[in-house]
Design a protein around this ligand. Structure first.
Ligand code: G4P
Length: 191
């Protein structure tokens, strides 16, 4: 997606060879207009897949996911990283390890919000090692739902996430695919 690639080049900062900082439009301040364009792009791409719900993982996936759900006129369900004290009935949980942050968390969803009739589009901001998306897929399968695909804003193609998900038969659609990061260097995959 040209618009997102231009924004990454204009405002993204490669902190090192692994991490791209995008705090000024995705992770901290949010560019709502860009998020709407992203939602429209995902809605167009997945329009014939029979998607019944959009799912994301809190927190940075929420903005693009809500726009996608709005454009597709279907609900959004947000997977939590810890069980809430009020949300405690029929919980499905799975542990997800984050290589980037060196932590792990219990990804959680209420079985009341997803059913076996659901065909789910997962949306997230980054695809790195694919652990978060794999955890989300595990939870959806625990709920007996099916996965329509995965929509990603920024894929770090030099990390193994895409292969890991494609090996599980998941259709991965990324709006910006980064081939290389370095000091003053952001290179996209040539398509
Ligand atoms: P994975 O799910 O693909 O395996 O990725 P990983 O666990 O390594 O990533 C953990 C967290 O780090 C995720 O955010 C992910 O979005 C973020 N992340 C990974 N690579 C980058 C990067 O290059 N730049 C930025 N800005 N973030 C990156 P999270 O913990 O879920 O946080 P949030 O959604 O609350 O922001």
């Amino acid at each position: 997606m040209k618009l997102l690639e231009e924004k990454i080049l204009a405002e993204g900062k490669a902190l090192n060879e692994d991490i791209l900082k995008v705090d000024s439009f995705i992770n901290h301040k949010v560019d709502a207009e860009l998020m709407m364009a992203i939602g429209q792009d995902f809605a167009e791409h997945f329009k014939d897949q029979g998607v019944t719900k959009v799912v994301t993982i809190e927190s940075s996936g929420i903005a693009p996911a809500v726009m996608t759900a709005y454009c597709m006129q279907i609900p959004l369900v947000i997977m939590k990283k810890q069980p809430s004290k009020i949300l405690n009935k029929n919980l499905l949980q799975t542990e997800v390890a984050s290589f980037t942050k060196g932590t792990s968390y219990e990804l959680t969803i209420s079985a009341e919000q997803i059913s076996e009739d659901d065909h789910v589009l997962i949306i997230d901001d980054f695809l790195a090692n694919g652990e978060a998306a794999t955890g989300a897929i595990r939870l959806l399968r625990m709920a007996h739902a099916t996965v329509a695909g995965l929509g990603i804003l920024i894929e770090k193609s030099f990390q193994p996430g895409r292969e890991k998900l494609m090996d599980q038969g998941i259709h991965v659609y990324s709006l910006a695919r980064i081939a290389k990061l370095g000091e003053n260097l952001i290179e996209f995959v040539e398509e």
